[in-house]
Ligand binder design. Structure first.
Ligand SMILES: [Zn+2]
Length: 545
């Protein structure tokens, strides 16, 4: 009896210390090995706060194959993969209209906070395409579950410099999502008809244009970066938006005043993360986040690390310095949280939407020619068309569509006149693709929807496959192959793209280094359990504590 009483006391005590604010930081492209690699150069109170006081999962992977931003962010706080949440990629082609749409595109809403002639949207069609909301997301986030349980008393917000990061992390029931466009924070009519006065004021004083002409140089001596990463100017690096391939870099976009190229240079500089962090702090104050016993959720996407990783690769001085600077930005942010909420009442998570592989030039230098390649798929469509014509005779023009990013659509209606089924055409496309030197695993819709188990990549692809939105034949390049002419991309099912950082710190977290294999899909069920919330049964991940 006494023992039982003790248990009751213990659980009451835990409830009193339950988190008031959940802060989920999605660091775009943060590989699973960066903490170890850059850890010795981190300062106090940033990433170290989590590695010293929290749980660090060193072997955390995504379980879906198409490892890009939209699907990653949609998975982090829903605990389900694209086969359930429907965000199969950053963009996909609608089968009925054959038009490509962005994963957070919504033509029924419009942007809020952009002056009419600012930016790229100068005619009604473009403006309609620019509307953003979570309408295409078919999942339920931890934020949605908080809103379902506590209603207006729980505050849920997403903040990022990328629209899809803030929108998909926050979820459909969020109070708001803010992201940057042309240097200022905006939202859409999905959330509210006008910007709050404090956002307008923030934009006036913290506009990205304040950083015009600022110089980004390394925090530490160049030799430190040489030792950890190799030389600053490595073969295969890109230098877009007027940026130099080496330090120091002047952030102007090669223009005399802020223009499109300046904003894209700014997105590739640490000043972008600093602006996001400043906005998030202001939001905590203005929206009174973490001020009462009903938990609130703030999801923040830091995307600058992705832009830098794309141009210079994971082994660059640029990536290392952007993590050292993000570490300082986080230290300042955590100090702010301590002051205004109390760190003991914050549950902090750091993870990523996907990782990235090395530049092919680096792989070739280490493992020899053939271990990696830059390829073009220019001839692929013609090769497949020839194979189909040989097998079936000439097909109607609109019979098969080549989608550059990894797939073919088969138009069953157009092929009916020839008496062909989609399955026959899919099989022939696959037969042709697997003979191509640059192509790795290939799967057809028939295979992905059948109950038969597939190989490991096939099972990852099953979780990336949504019957209404996905192509009929999907393929991946061979490991370390890329279609990028310079720089690097991600999106493959290979370990270097699926292995990301995962750290948690706060009430209910078992601190320490955890080396067992876990999945990003385990995070949402874990948070739901720590917060006493229900997620839909499709969120099958295991609770980490
Ligand atoms: Zn990316």
């Amino acid at each position: 009896m006494r023992f039982l009483f003790g248990l009751l006391i213990a659980s009451t005590t835990f409830a009193a210390e339950a988190p008031r604010l959940v802060v989920v930081l999605a660091v775009d492209q943060m590989r699973g090995d960066y903490l170890e690699r850059f850890g010795p150069y981190f300062g106090e109170g940033g990433f170290k706060l989590l590695t010293e006081r929290g749980a660090n999962f060193t072997t955390c992977h995504f379980q879906h194959a198409m490892t890009v931003t939209g699907p990653g962010h949609a998975t982090i706080l829903s605990g389900v993969n694209p086969n359930v949440h429907g965000v199969i990629s950053n963009e996909w082609v609608d089968r009925a209209t054959l038009l490509k749409g962005n994963c957070v595109e919504d033509r029924t809403v419009s942007l809020v906070g952009l002056a009419p002639r600012v930016g790229r949207y100068r005619n009604p069609t473009e403006a309609a395409k620019a509307g953003r909301s979570p309408r295409n997301f078919l999942g339920t986030t931890v934020g949605d579950a908080l809103k379902a349980r506590y209603g207006a008393a729980a505050r849920v917000y997403g903040v990022s410099d990328k629209d899809r990061a803030s929108i998909l992390l926050a979820g459909p029931k969020a109070d708001g999502a803010y992201w940057t466009e042309e240097g200022v924070f905006i939202t859409s009519t999905y959330y509210r008809p006008a910007l709050p006065a404090w956002v307008t004021e923030f934009n006036a004083t913290h506009n990205a244009t304040n950083s015009f002409g600022r110089v980004w140089d390394r925090l530490l001596p160049a030799e430190v970066y040489d030792r950890v990463q190799g030389p600053d100017d490595a073969p295969g690096e890109d230098a877009p938006a007027g940026l130099s391939r080496t330090f120091p870099k002047r952030i102007t976009g090669s223009a005399n005043r802020p223009s499109g190229d300046f904003f894209s240079a700014h997105d590739r500089s640490p000043f972008s993360n600093e602006q996001v962090s400043a906005f998030a702090q202001r939001l905590v104050l203005e929206e009174k986040m973490g001020q009462d016993d009903v938990p609130d959720l703030l999801a923040i996407g830091f995307s600058q690390t992705d832009a830098i990783g794309h141009t210079a690769g994971p082994d660059s001085h640029e990536v290392m310095d952007s993590y050292l600077r993000l570490d300082r930005t986080l230290a300042e942010f955590f100090q702010f949280l301590d002051q205004h909420v109390g760190l003991a009442r914050c549950l902090i998570v750091v993870t990523a939407d996907h990782a990235v592989g090395p530049l092919p030039e680096r792989v070739i230098a280490e493992r020899g020619p053939g271990a990696a390649a830059r390829v073009t798929l220019d001839g692929l469509n013609a090769t497949v068309t020839r194979a189909l014509n040989t097998a079936f005779g000439p097909l109607p023009d609109n019979g098969v569509w080549f989608l550059r990013d990894g797939g073919f659509l088969v138009n069953q209606a157009a092929l009916q006149a020839k008496g062909l089924t989609s399955a026959q055409v899919q099989a022939e496309i696959k037969r042709c693709l697997v003979t191509q030197p640059e192509i790795g695993p290939v799967y057809t819709r028939e295979e992905l929807l059948a109950p038969t188990p597939l190989d490991a990549v096939g099972e990852l692809m099953r979780r990336s496959f949504h019957a209404e939105r996905s192509a009929d034949v999907v393929y991946f390049l061979k490991p370390y192959y890329t279609t990028n002419k310079v720089g690097i991309s991600h999106g493959s099912p290979y370990d270097y793209d699926t292995h990301v950082s995962l750290m948690l710190c706060g009430p209910g977290v078992r601190p320490g280094v955890h080396t067992e294999r876990v999945h990003v899909e385990d995070l949402a069920p874990t948070l739901a359990s720590l917060l006493g919330l229900q997620l839909p049964p499709e969120a099958k991940g295991r609770k980490l504590f």
